[in-house]
Design a protein around this ligand. Sequence first.
Ligand code: 13P
Ligand code: SF4
Length: 313
Amino acid sequence: MERAEYLVSSKEQMQKLSEEIARLKKERNAIILSHVYQRPEVQDVADFVGDSLGLSQQAAKTDAEVIIFCGVHFMAESASILSPDKIVVLPDEHAGCPMADMVNEVELERKKQELPGAVVVCYVNTSAEVKAECDIACTSANAISIISSLPADRPILFVPDKNLGQYIAAKTGREMTIWQGYCNTHDRLTADDILTAKAAHPGALVLVHPECRPEVVALADVVASTTGMIRYARESNAREFIVGTEMGILHALNKQCSDKQYYLASEKLMCPNMKKITLEKVHQSLLNLEPRVDVPQEIRERAVRCLDRMLAI
Ligand code: 13P
Ligand code: SF4
């Protein structure tokens, strides 16, 4: 395996590495996809920066032979499920999602037996094995449309995020059995944090992600996916925003609508897994096309139905 030598310390070195990444990307016929929670310098070398839904859509339609996925494991897995002929590389194999790990296929199978006839909806933050056991997936951007599209007479089992589940149940009026998982990063944000931020910035609107606790959501002016927040900030007449989601979004906000002010609702809003990917690891992964994410054929065939149904809505 080739090993690049570097110790990135200066802006100049970072620039050199970014140029090398751009060169290798062409040579490998690769596309770099980045979630908005990635480090700023990683977002800056990406061809597409977006939310979970946007990234799945890009992965499904790309012509590139290689997808360098700067995000967490379930996202790279979804890319591999949707584009099985591509090489999908996750620059740090340990970049996982603790919420996705809060449900597994064995526990889910048991729960399904308790709820015969239920439509099983999974948040995209789940493993391929769990998706293989579900009827349809959703992301925070399309969860309300997905739940609203389900037959009114069918019970619903929603996995794994209890906060998102409670939010969409309230929005759609649908009764749902909700798994008790949560995102350690968003669930750390408290109502007190929001009240403190509001006191410091009384003119600012509060934007929060639906992975936040219900009492935090109740204090928000806008509840949206990461892309939804950026769109709202761009289109709104407001000048200042308190942002209740992972801190990486500030870079995307400042880049895409730089004439406004953004205040992170709390310094706690940092996902350590999203930050595992560095520019050096992106470079290394383009050199070696490793570590790869592959989904076994038998699981992929069942999991793809769940993602295809979501993308069709
Ligand atoms: P979205 O990008 O879909 O808003 O999801 C946030 C998230 O926590 C992804 O891990
Ligand atoms: Fe998982 Fe939360 Fe990190 Fe997203 S922010 S990857 S949901 S732990």
